[in-house]
Ligand binder design. Sequence first.
Ligand code: Y39
Ligand code: FE
Ligand code: FE
Length: 230
Amino acid sequence: MQQLAAQSEIDFHSEVYKDAYSRINAIVIEGEQEAHENYLALAELLPDCKDELTRLSKMESRHKKGFESCGRNLQVTPDLQFAKEFFAGLHSNFQTAAAEGKVVTCLLIQSLIIECFAIAAYNIYIPVADDFARKITEGVVKDEYSHLNFGEVWLKEHFEQSKAELEEANRQNLPIVWKMLNQVENDARVLAMEKEALVEDFMIQYGEALSNIGFTTRDIMRLSAYGLTG
Ligand code: Y39
Ligand code: FE
Ligand code: FE
């Protein structure tokens, strides 16, 4: 099997691997922490969904703990300062939207964009992860699909009144995702995760999400590739 062959060539204990892992692992830890906070903010914005969103936020804290243990298992210290800077763009856009009560924008950033980014990254990581991290990540990715589903269902139910805000939020935030992927490309490659595979999986997840919400194929093409080329 191709994946097993590739995997056997990865030296999880080499300095090169651990150096790249110190940033990727930090990104995931910081991402899970911010996702936890984002769902708590959404719980305040959507009182009818407060219990459900509080439950999602607790799942994100568990994910964070799981990925911290993956770093410890490889004796890697996560570079959390790097990770904070990595997320700064999406983080500040989420904060601004939350302060303005723009729940549609908040859902697009966290429940669609960030969840699709997480699902793509975890799907690509699982076949090339060390045994310990693979088990953790397999458990986490199942949860991420349920987080994406929350956003899809809510936005589908409010599609007509959300459409314009979704378009604008997509325009502001999708180009940030492409920049983030460029920033992480070299470190991801050291972990045997190819940028092309990440982009492809992200586009599939995000396109499917937009379709489930109610966008037409034509809209999806335009929205999901926005900012990808220059
Ligand atoms: O909803 C969630 O749990 C998402 C916040 C977690 C972070 C996902 C960040 C993944 C990017 C990793 C890029 C590695 C190539
Ligand atoms: Fe998570
Ligand atoms: Fe999540």
